[in-house]
Design a protein around this ligand. Structure first.
Ligand code: TRP
Length: 332
């Protein structure tokens, strides 16, 4: 059974785009592979600097864990862990920093983009060495496959290069992972700006459906969703991005093919209403399970611990292998 690792940063509330685009595939795939899911809070530190909100990252981490269980990840099947709770990540990251070159890190487009955007502001060294920590995440678990979007492919490539280099230098130690395209999830767009992906970096929340929005808020956001003036229910991402997005969301939530949805609606009002209802029926039960978990910290902690313990065992044995390959003095 191949091992699949995907990680998510605890940078804020989960929305419908995360859910339909990624999380439901994690849940559907948990039986097919040996699935590892890291909540990568240390990576989130690269975005958090200077925000001055002590404790925020910790609560976002716990909330994300509760959400992952609420959407259906089963701790007895999938290994859900918190990156900072497995100290081997930071330790292997240093060794990765000494295996990757300055030149390679300098060529990472994510670093170039993010540091250009922050020109004149504080840019941490962590933003630069980020791929070394990501390589550690992947290599610690001997992951065979890493499902990532295009923006993270280069980081998986550099992980492969580093693994191959290390194996060459110190002997076969790491499984060389490969990036795989995640099973195509729905591409959910912002309801107010349907040409942009639903994302928490949007300027307003009006077009974002958060998993914890209540029914009335969801209905209102759908009612106000941007469409167009030609009044025809037809799927055309280019010409009719708003209507197409509603059709995509409704289809993803109900399993009804787009084609048959197109022919069963002649007006936008009912389409919006049904899309809202379908979303509510998908996320309503998730919200309830999330509420139960957040109300029972003992149980939530127990679930996190199950994954952490499994992850820790694997990570500790990989790191021991690495120390011995490098030839560090055995611990006394
Ligand atoms: N860099 C990834 C992102 O921003 C998150 C991540 C960290 C990750 N470590 C990983 C993804 C390991 C896959 C595997 O989305």
């Amino acid at each position: 059974m191949s091992r699949v690792l995907s990680c998510i940063q605890p940078t804020g509330p989960v929305h419908l785009g995360n859910h339909l685009g990624a999380l439901i595939n994690w849940v559907a795939g948990q039986q097919d592979g040996d699935a590892y899911h890291g909540i990568v809070d240390l990576h989130a530190l690269t975005a958090h600097e200077g925000e001055g909100s002590p404790g925020l990252l910790g609560s976002q981490t716990l909330e994300l864990a509760a959400m992952l269980f609420a959407v259906g990840l089963d701790p007895d099947v999938a290994t859900v862990f918190v990156q900072s709770h497995i100290h081997e990540h930071s330790e292997l990251s240093w060794i990765m920093e000494c295996t990757v070159s300055y030149g390679e890190l300098s060529r990472m487009t994510q670093f170039k983009d993010k540091s250009a955007k922050r020109e004149g502001e504080f840019i941490s060294a962590g933003l630069f060495t980020y791929p070394a920590l990501m390589a550690a995440d992947i290599l610690l678990y001997d992951a065979d496959e890493v499902p990532v979007g295009d923006d993270q492919r280069q980081h998986v490539e550099i992980t492969r290069d580093v693994a191959i280099r290390f194996n060459h230098r110190f002997g076969e130690t790491f499984t060389v992972p490969k990036a795989v395209h995640p099973k195509a999830g729905a591409r959910v767009m912002d309801l107010q700006d349907p040409t942009s992906k639903m994302s928490k970096s949007a300027s307003t929340d009006a077009g974002i459906i958060f998993m914890l929005d209540d029914d009335a808020v969801i209905e209102k956001k759908f009612k106000r969703a941007v469409t167009d003036n030609d009044g025809e229910v037809r799927y055309d991402r280019q010409a009719k991005p708003g209507v197409s997005n509603l059709l995509d969301i409704l289809s993803a939530c109900t399993g009804t093919p787009i084609g048959s949805l197109e022919s069963s609606y002649s007006q936008y009002g009912p389409l919006k209403k049904d899309a809202a209802e379908a979303v509510i029926s998908v996320i309503g039960p998730v919200r309830a399970r999330y509420g139960d978990l957040m109300a029972d910290r003992g149980e939530l902690t127990r679930l996190v611990r199950i994954g952490n313990e499994r992850a820790r065992t694997v990570a500790a044995s990989t790191l021991a292998r690495v120390h011995s390959a490098v030839g560090l003095l055995p611990r006394v």
